[in-house]
Design a protein around this ligand. Structure first.
Ligand code: FAD
Length: 430
């Protein structure tokens, strides 16, 4: 064990982002006695849950000069877990009255935003937030003392650029902004339109079109059904489907699931591994996102390699900078809000010296052992942060570090039952 920091020391901490992760991080850090500044480039709290009709100028989101739209939320989006499972542990996502509130168990994105605003109000978070202030660079400031960080930020309204020193930085910038794309043989000469689901909002532009969606995520499931209401044909192609897959979806006469695309051609046709050839107007990549920290300059100590952010101890602390740099929200296939809450409590307690961390060497050994285990199991790097069934074990480990109760049995059971229902009835599980 590394020597514990002197107990209950208070630090000046920067939190980057006021989405669900940054909001609860700010609350936990302040509860622990730290002074907190939250940097948020948007005008309000809520992160990805701030729906906008705006989309990026490049529909594929590859042009590095494009102006980035943060949210990927589409107009019809409803949450994919129950509100009971979705909410933070100590601020339940209960039904609230009000004209614009959505009492459904799987409410729309607007209700999640309203809930996050309720949370921010309840705990006085906004007073810690600098809105419309973008962090443009985060780098170690060793000349200012051990563990210190320099944060450079720009404030949109006043066009002010600030350069400040903090004791610690907690990165909560969200991970659904920088798209990943499928590789499609022949795409450079295919004449149709390509886009990423990041820029999907409403079905109307797809009226009477033949559309292919690539992917098997919740987004591909939702968007294919959204579009099928107006499109001529919708075809979902997925690399995890067996090569002969060709299934007409029950309840639709214009929606099919295929195996992956084999190639696309100059005449506009798309050929699937199942041997079908279809003339297509639009290909939409529902292929997920890459971790992206454009502001972070660690001299190559923290990297993103094939979507592995590393090295990170327990998906949170890079050992070389622990505990002065940390990340919230890296694991996926999780219930995010309760996990953010536990990661935040852990970070806050470690920073104050109440909770000890292992030595940097021991953290590195654990990380390397974990990477070797993945390699032996043939799991690609890009799945390093996928949790799925192990999420509750992880949450319970965090809870044990913080002296909190484990994940509630009802939450686990409801989450697992919902997963089974979603798989069996993607159309009606909500
Ligand atoms: P975000 O919500 O993305 O917030 C990050 C914040 O950081 C933003 O406000 C952003 O403006 C700010 N920021 C980023 N960079 C900077 C910078 N340089 N300077 C200042 N500010 C910055 N989760 C569920 O629980 N249930 C669901 O049903 C669900 N559905 C989803 C559907 C879609 C389409 C997507 C994309 C995600 C969905 N999620 C769902 C996951 C969702 O991302 C998380 O619930 C949660 O929003 C992640 O919170 P976050 O705070 O990590 O990131």
């Amino acid at each position: 064990m590394a020597p514990a920091l002197s107990p209950t020391r208070s630090h000046h901490v920067a939190v980057i982002g006021a989405g669900p992760a940054g909001l609860v991080a700010a609350r936990e850090l302040r509860r622990e006695g730290h002074s907190v500044v939250v940097f948020e480039k948007q005008k309000q709290v809520g992160g990805t849950w701030i729906y906008t009709d705006e989309v990026e100028s490049d529909p594929l989101s590859v042009d590095p000069t494009r102006s980035v739209v943060h949210s990927s939320v589409y107009r019809s989006l409803r949450i994919n877990g129950t509100r009971e499972c979705t909410g933070y542990r100590d601020f339940p996502f209960v039904v609230r009255s009000g004209v614009s509130r959505d009492p459904r168990r799987f409410p729309s994105h607007g209700e999640v935003l309203a809930y996050l605003k309720d949370f921010a109000k309840e705990f006085g978070i906004e007073e810690m937030v600098r809105f419309e202030t973008e962090v443009v660079k985060v780098s170690p400031a060793a000349e200012e003392g051990i563990g210190k960080w320099r944060i450079e930020s720009t404030e949109k309204e006043k066009k002010v650029r600030r350069d400040e020193i903090y004791d610690a930085v907690v990165v909560c910038n969200g991970h659904y902004v920088e798209p990943r794309h499928a590789e499609i043989p022949g795409i450079s000469s295919w004449p149709g339109k390509e886009m990423h689901s990041h820029n999907y909002r409403i079905p109307e532009p797809f009226r009477d079109k033949v559309v292919v969606l690539i992917g098997n995520s919740s987004s591909a499931e939702d968007i294919s059904r959204d579009i099928a209401r107006v499109a001529k044909e919708v075809h979902v192609a997925c690399r995890s489907n067996p090569a002969d897959t060709f299934i007409k979806q029950t309840g639709y006469n214009n929606l099919w699931t295929h195996s992956m695309i084999e190639s696309v051609h100059e005449d506009g046709s798309v050929v699937y591994q199942n041997g079908k050839t279809i003339s297509v107007d639009i290909i939409m990549h529902c292929t997920g996102y890459k971790y992206h920290f454009p502001f972070l300059d660690t001299n190559g100590i923290v990297t993103v390699d094939d979507n592995r952010v590393g090295p990170l101890y327990k998906d949170v602390f890079p050992p070389a900078f622990a505990p002065w740099l940390s990340f919230i929200g890296i694991p996926w296939q999780v219930l995010p809000f309760p996990m953010f809450e536990l990661q935040s409590k852990w970070i806050a307690g470690v920073l104050s010296g109440r909770i000890p961390l292992p030595s940097k060497e021991d953290m590195m050994i654990e990380i390397k052992t974990f990477y070797s285990t993945l390699e032996v199991q043939g799991i690609p790097k890009r799945y390093t942060h996928r949790m799925g069934n192990t999420q509750f074990e992880y949450d319970n480990w965090l809870a044990s570090q913080c002296g909190c109760s484990e994940t509630e049995e009802w939450r686990k059971e409801m989450c697992l039952a919902n997963g089974v229902r979603k798989e069996a009835h993607p159309e009606t599980y909500r």
